[in-house]
Write a protein that binds this ligand. Structure first.
Ligand code: DC
Length: 232
């Protein structure tokens, strides 16, 4: 695609429900465009992992606020994944933050204003020069309200449960469909009803429902939107 190398680098915000394939699309889009990919959820997950390791009660907001200065988050490019791994105080925790135990606690941690404040500041710093694809829940509404392209991803809830089950079953062979459904339901509820930056669709976001699309089809659709914007 000729427009890609020479154009002004865009900021692309991808938001949506859990397990909708946001990171897959964001990673592929960034690789195709030569942009930086940032998985903003990994920051909330790494903070959650730290708090769990320290045995801090995830409902104890003031203890969490006191602990935040002890947490340093960095990213390190991993060429196998074509994405950056997250480092928690220097330790690569990219695999650990995907555990079900972290997934169960992260929505509560991501609902804390002080946690969001430091995560959002870091995300804005990482994307300050444009040429970035960032996925999360509040990227198009709070982190980059002026992003040139905002995508809101959604998919049929049962399709999402199926995808998540597939992803988790190698590590958790006994996990049931109902457990996965419950985890997603709870996360969706907390993410969309919390007081601070709840998951909402930005009015200028383009909706991508990928229930019936494969990865190539969703990438092609997103690339056609990029083309439209760059050629406008
Ligand atoms: O996208 P994910 O499943 O890795 O996100 C983990 C959690 O963090 C999820 O409960 C939503 C929350 N999150 C958020 O509140 N804001 C973001 N920008 C990204 C994730």
């Amino acid at each position: 695609m000729l427009f890609l190398g020479v154009s002004k680098p865009l900021t692309i915000a991808i938001d949506g429900w859990s397990s909708c394939g946001k990171s897959t699309l964001a990673r592929q889009l960034a690789a195709r465009l030569g942009y930086l990919y940032v998985d903003s959820g990994s920051m909330y997950r790494a903070i959650t992992l730290y708090l769990q390791r320290k045995g801090i009660d995830l409902s104890d907001t003031s203890a969490i606020e006191k602990t935040l200065p002890d947490i340093r988050l960095d990213f390190q490019y991993n060429s196998d994944r074509q994405a950056s791994d997250i480092l928690l105080n220097g330790e690569n925790v990219e695999a650990q933050i995907r555990d079900l135990s972290v997934a169960s606690g992260v929505s509560a941690v991501a609902a804390i204003a002080a946690v969001r404040k430091i995560a959002v500041a870091r995300q804005q710093e990482l994307g300050a020069r444009g040429g970035v694809v960032m996925d999360g829940r509040d990227i198009g509404t709070v982190v980059f309200p002026n992003a040139e392209l905002k995508i809101f991803m959604t998919a049929d809830p049962e399709v999402r449960v199926g995808r998540r089950l597939l992803e988790l079953s190698s590590k958790h062979p006994t996990i049931t469909r109902e457990e996965v459904r419950e985890n997603l339901r709870t996360r969706d509820h907390i993410d969309s009803t919390r007081e601070v930056s709840p998951l909402t669709q930005a009015p200028d976001a383009r909706v991508l429902d990928n229930s019936g699309l494969n990865m190539q089809q969703q990438l092609d659709l997103a690339l056609s939107w990029v083309g439209e914007i760059l050629n406008a």
